[in-house]
Design a protein around this ligand. Structure first.
Ligand SMILES: C[S@@+](CC[C@H](N)C(=O)[O-])C[C@H]1O[C@@H](n2cnc3c(N)ncnc32)[C@H](O)[C@@H]1O
Length: 249
């Protein structure tokens, strides 16, 4: 029964009241804290802004869409997919695939335990996921068990959440909506390397695909264009530098 601290994170309550996690390890010597998973202004609000729209659009426009999330973290994006599918009256049969990558084994394990309602979790950890789901359900008539039951169709056993995404990964499936929520290039340089991005964006997207990320790196924009995406620069969350939405039709 490990706490957040024991796995190298601390909780940060963001501006909209929703929780985020911050790494205890200092990666950037210019900053007094480790990297946070979300903007301090609002983890839930930032997720809704950057990832909510492409998720809704994909559900409305693509039959039997495949979703990929890079960076499970606390599972905000997965829960937003479940929320939007349920609000649109869709069930798991309408969404054949949700594939998530997460490099930290305990984050994979905790998420699975929480979905299953395990009593073996640290109370602080359970409370964090409960706060996440409540924040994403705000102003809907859905409840937490509906979100959990929906996601349990995709995440049944521990190995259903993929480990670290890397250049060695071979992809069998194509995806219609890619939510790229990796840590920054300081923490995970490989995932923002142009050669890696070119190969990933060549092999992973279906012929119709939306790609969204909070980041707006030049290497990413070049790779997206190179691989046939139209790149739309969006305003960042609460004054954060721009974010990127890209579409391939
Ligand atoms: C910005 S956070 C993601 C926040 C998350 N989407 C959420 O809803 O809470 C980035 C996540 O990517 C994970 N990560 C780091 N390197 C990774 C890799 N190579 N493959 C997959 N995930 C990785 C980190 O452990 C962290 O949980």
């Amino acid at each position: 029964m490990k706490s957040w601290q024991e796995i190298g994170f601390e909780i940060e309550i963001t501006g909209d009241g929703s929780p985020s996690l911050r790494m205890l390890e200092l990666v950037n010597p210019d900053k007094p804290f480790g990297e946070s998973m979300h903007h301090s202004g609002g983890a839930c609000a930032e997720t809704n802004l950057i990832y909510g729209e492409p998720i809704k659009e994909t559900l409305a426009q693509v039959q039997a869409p495949h979703f990929m999330i890079v960076g499970l973290g606390l599972g905000y994006i997965e829960m937003v997919i479940a929320r939007e599918a349920l609000l649109a009256g869709l069930g798991p049969a309408d969404l054949p695939m949700i594939t998530s990558f997460e490099s930290v084994p305990e984050l994979r394990q905790f998420f699975m335990q929480w979905l299953r309602g395990s009593s073996e979790m640290h109370p602080e950890v359970t409370a964090t996921y409960d706060q996440v789901v409540q924040s994403i359900l705000n102003e809907t008539s859905l409840d937490a068990p509906q979100i959990k039951n929906f996601l349990l169709n995709y995440f049944t056993k521990d190995s259903d959440i993929q480990g670290a995404l890397s250049a060695e990964r071979v992809f069998q499936e194509k995806y219609h909506c890619i939510l790229y929520d990796a840590f920054s290039s300081k923490t995970t340089p490989t995932l923002w390397n142009e050669e890696f991005l070119n190969s990933f964006l060549k092999n992973v997207p279906a012929s119709i695909c939306s790609f969204s990320t909070y980041a707006c790196r030049a290497s990413l924009k070049r790779a997206l264009k190179e691989q046939g995406f139209e790149v739309i620069i969006r305003e960042g969350f609460q004054g954060k530098r721009n974010s990127t939405l890209a579409k391939k039709m």
